[in-house]
Design a binder for this molecule. Structure first.
Ligand code: C5P
Length: 230
């Protein structure tokens, strides 16, 4: 049973892939000294566990079984938070294109989303939580203190990812990344449960022409304003 931590403040940072939510959320959490939930990593861990156990992405019962006994933990690492499955660091496998595609398929299943709700809510611990995802402000923490919806054009997001992967020496093409991103956006936006949409009370920030520092400053000013209001 998870204790009711509804008085603990939450900043929900939602938006599509590649909008910069990860970097922004990590910086905001550090500035505030609050905990961080990377909910995408939770769905990615389920995808990785499903691939390892050969569970079909259509097998809802099998996937829910995996979620209920997901041996997942987050620990501080050299590069931010490190994800562990079965006490083993998962490293860069979590971000591979195969796991990204599988994560967005399993995340479209209502039973999987329901099975992961309590786990995500258990991150709401004092002094506060920065929650990064798609439905943090709409479903997981609808009473969040501050809500931000961060987006950027598909071109800009594909470009950022292209530079990132090229920098790591990976052999990728811009057009392939662009198409994959568009397909994933569509699946995340059009699914019946928890689609990627801004909460009615979210502050929408377009990061297409903004640097990380500028976005972080905008998010912090929303948080400050909302905290004064409570
Ligand atoms: O944010 P990230 O790209 O790591 O998320 C991986 C996938 O997990 C997304 O494409 C999306 O389908 C799913 N996801 C979700 N709800 C969240 C976070 C991620 O459906 N709150």
């Amino acid at each position: 049973m998870v204790e009711n931590n509804s008085e603990v403040p939450v900043v929900a940072i939602d938006g599509p892939s590649g909008a910069g939510k990860g970097a922004v959320s990590a910086r905001v959490a550090r500035e505030l000294g609050w905990h961080l939930l990377d909910s995408g990593a939770v769905y990615r861990a389920v995808a990785l566990a499903a691939l390892a156990a050969d569970v079909n992405p259509e097998d809802q019962a099998g996937l829910v079984g995996l979620c209920d006994r997901l041996p997942l933990s987050f620990r501080p690492g050299d590069d931010g938070i490190e994800v562990y499955l079965d006490q083993q660091p998962v490293g860069s496998r979590l971000r591979s294109e195969q796991v990204s595609a599988m994560a967005s398929r399993v995340a479209a299943l209502p039973a999987v989303r329901k099975a992961l709700l309590e786990l995500q809510r258990s991150f709401r611990q004092s002094p506060g939580l920065v929650a990064d995802g798609r439905d943090m402000g709409t479903v997981v923490f609808p009473d969040a203190t501050a809500k931000v919806f961060l987006h950027a054009s598909v071109e800009e997001r594909a470009n950022r990812r292209y530079k990132q992967l090229k920098g790591k020496g990976e052999n990728v093409t811009f057009s392939r990344l662009f198409q994959d991103l568009e397909a994933r956006d569509r699946r995340d936006r059009e699914r019946a449960v928890s689609p990627t949409i801004a909460a009615a009370d979210a502050k929408v920030i377009d990061s297409t022409d903004l640097g990380l520092d500028q976005v972080v400053a905008q998010v912090l000013s929303v948080v400050e304003y909302r905290l004064q209001d409570t």
